[in-house]
Design a binder for this molecule. Structure first.
Ligand code: ADP
Length: 267
């Protein structure tokens, strides 16, 4: 089993990702696709007059502050435009894909965090009304049913809180939890960079290999949202996933290239 997470940043070639997946799926490879949608969500939120608000925690992690209106815009884009766009691409390629959010069947479950500590103008503030959380549990029953029926699951945040409330969760870490729950052979985290760069944005500074035991020490090279990918990779390998690859989804055959060892391989 291979879990492929494709991000939502500018430059990602979803046609290339879907074409590569379709070829592999038809040869009998078992895989699941998880996707993001942050770039498009930002554009739609601006257009709707509710611009995105990003907060940085005291430990340096950046996340989207998700009030109720932001959550609804997030769902429009992630579960609507992005998810159905990917499902349509796969259907056109002859793959019977089914798109679901983590809320459906409570595939992704976690605790609802209503407030977030954020650094603003050098001061730590507590912001309330946040609809976020972290995936703590993956309920695989529905996924098993889909796979057994020959359907390719295409999954996206949000997740469900333990009370059934929709929560915004990080897609990379959700994919990592899924890979652990499914005892996946590999987790691919595909984005618009060649992999983890030692001196971002210099693409010639690509880190080719990271020993699984050392992955957290590489957090120092990751800025902003890349930190979540490194954290997700650490969680996946600690949970028993043999290989995590940070790969490039901008062109070519992104899944095959990553599985072939291009990008940054954590093992
Ligand atoms: P996605 O939504 O595609 O999953 P993110 O925007 O969450 O991707 O994270 C990937 C981004 O992280 C890259 O586009 C890049 O701008 C940024 N980044 C920060 N530090 C690094 C680094 N050391 N190596 C590669 N990318 C980095």
């Amino acid at each position: 089993m291979i879990v492929v997470k494709v991000g939502g940043s500018a430059g990602i070639d979803y046609d290339a990702v879907c074409a590569d997946i379709a070829v592999r799926w038809k040869t009998g490879e078992r895989l699941i696709l998880v996707h993001g949608g942050s770039g498009e969500t930002n554009r739609v939120a601006e257009a709707l007059g509710h611009p995105p608000k990003f907060v940085t925690s005291p430990s340096g992690y950046t996340s989207r502050f998700t009030d109720r209106q932001t959550l609804e815009i997030f769902e429009m884009v992630y579960c609507g435009k992005m998810n159905k766009g990917i499902v349509e691409r796969l259907q056109r390629l002859g793959v019977n894909a089914v798109g679901l959010s983590g809320l459906d069947g409570r595939i992704f479950e976690g605790r609802h965090k209503d407030s977030v500590r954020a650094v603003e103008n050098g001061k730590v503030k507590v912001l309330r009304g946040d609809h976020t959380g972290t995936v703590e549990r993956v309920n695989t029953h529905l996924i098993d049913l889909l796979l057994a029926g020959g359907y390719l699951p295409v999954l996206t945040p949000p997740a469900s809180s333990y009370d059934g409330v929709a929560i915004n969760v990080d897609g990379d870490r959700a994919a990592a939890a899924l890979a652990v729950a499914l005892k996946a052979d590999a987790l691919l985290l595909l984005s618009n960079v060649p992999g983890l760069l030692r001196a971002y944005p210099d693409e010639s500074s690509l880190i080719r290999e990271i020993p699984a035991a050392d992955v957290e020490t590489y957090l120092e090279f990751a800025q902003d949202r890349m930190k979540k990918k490194v954290l997700g990779a650490a969680e996946a390998v600690q949970g028993g996933v043999k290989r995590v690859i940070f790969g490039d989804a901008r062109n070519g055959q992104p899944v095959s290239a990553a599985l072939g060892g291009q990008g940054t391989v954590v093992s």
